[in-house]
Design a protein around this ligand. Sequence first.
Ligand SMILES: Nc1nc2c(ncn2[C@@H]2O[C@H](COP(=O)(O)OP(=O)(O)OP(=O)(O)O)[C@@H](O)[C@H]2O)c(=O)[nH]1
Ligand SMILES: [Mg+2]
Length: 432
Amino acid sequence: MFEVREKPEMVERALLVRIYFDPREEDEAASLLEELGELVSTLGIGIVESVLVRSRQQHKKHICGTGKAAEIIALAKAHECDVIVFDNQLAPHQQRTWEREGDTCVIDREEVILDIFAKRAQTKEARLQVELARMQYALPRMARMWGHLDREGGGGAGGGGAANRGMGEKQIEVDRRMAHVRIDRARRELEEVRKQRATQRKERERLETPHAAIVGYTNAGKSTLLNRLSGSDVLSKDMLFATLDTTTRKIELPDGQPLLLTDTVGFVRNLPHRLVEAFKATLEEAVLADFLIHVLDATSPEIERFHDTTLEVLKELGAEEKQVVTVLNKIDLVTDPETLRALDRLFPDSLHVSAATGEGTERLLQKCSEVMADRVRRCHYRIPQHRADLVSLLHRDAKVLTTDYEGNDILVTAVVPASIAGRLESFTELPA
Ligand SMILES: Nc1nc2c(ncn2[C@@H]2O[C@H](COP(=O)(O)OP(=O)(O)OP(=O)(O)O)[C@@H](O)[C@H]2O)c(=O)[nH]1
Ligand SMILES: [Mg+2]
């Protein structure tokens, strides 16, 4: 039976490894390794040592050279590790090689993140997304799970030709078919759930309430900020990926305008591509939002990198054009004036906020009002009947207030977002 392996319950002592090549990458490699440590701890796995390994060039077999690989394995053995976790992405054959030579479980960053996501997923949609991503990850790695059958059956190393196929290999084929069936089923179910979401979203669009998404690196304080702004109670915790499902709350801006605020899943460097894919639906909230509130942890020494990572992921999602309000959160913890000045130089248009104490949140709401005011305009249009497509556009993307008919023209008054105002410019008419 095809099952995705559950490691966290099985392993306790981890050796963490990051292999890098260019000496200029050393700092970044070190910080990624540190982050991997946090991710692994999130799974409740103990870390015995983290090693940064420099390799002169990329090797197919182990990523690093054979000599370095032997050193890593010896180190893992000396520590009696039951898992080696690589921050580098391992190809399935590399993972198998390491497991065979090290005689221990070997995983990579992607698998760690998948495991965390699997533990955290709450809603049906998040669970399906994670299941799908995990099965896709496991599929090319199945050979490794059944490798022991081949060894026991004496089927020859690596399976060999068709004539001497081991038990394991047959089992793999059966499993692969089963996995494909399950992947297809998960995809279909996900499609269903997404359709339902789309309907709910339409409902929201119909209500025409402006909408902002809170985005940012994991643990930046997004959920805390949503709670603070909306007086609600979303789980916020000092751990990575506390939030995996989106939550939307309605708040009122200082000018009385309502605003829907959505909390989103946190970003992380080297987020496995499969997960970006899998979580697109969740992050779609960010793509569909009128604007984004980008929350940064002002206390993080990595703030610039986190900032850039988030922008990169947003770009991948096609949300790079959105207007962004940048928030330096946890400002209550930054007391050194020089640090504050440095932050201001780095992020000149950012707002100082503490989601914990409430400091700066009024200014933030004010800013949201301003952004919304910039974005929408009340317009009057005279649209000839043969351009009914423009009327549909208005109904879809703007808030139509009145519709009248005069001869062959349709007269529409609408609150129009800047994004489509240009296309309708030539039909603008001064109100009578
Ligand atoms: N001192 C201080 N702590 C904060 C502030 N905002 C958030 N925190 C803490 O930072 C931690 C992370 O907060 P969350 O709101 O869960 O962060 P998140 O961005 O939603 O994290 P993920 O859901 O994991 O992506 C929690 O322990 C919060 O209490 C703040 O303004 N000041
Ligand atoms: Mg959160």
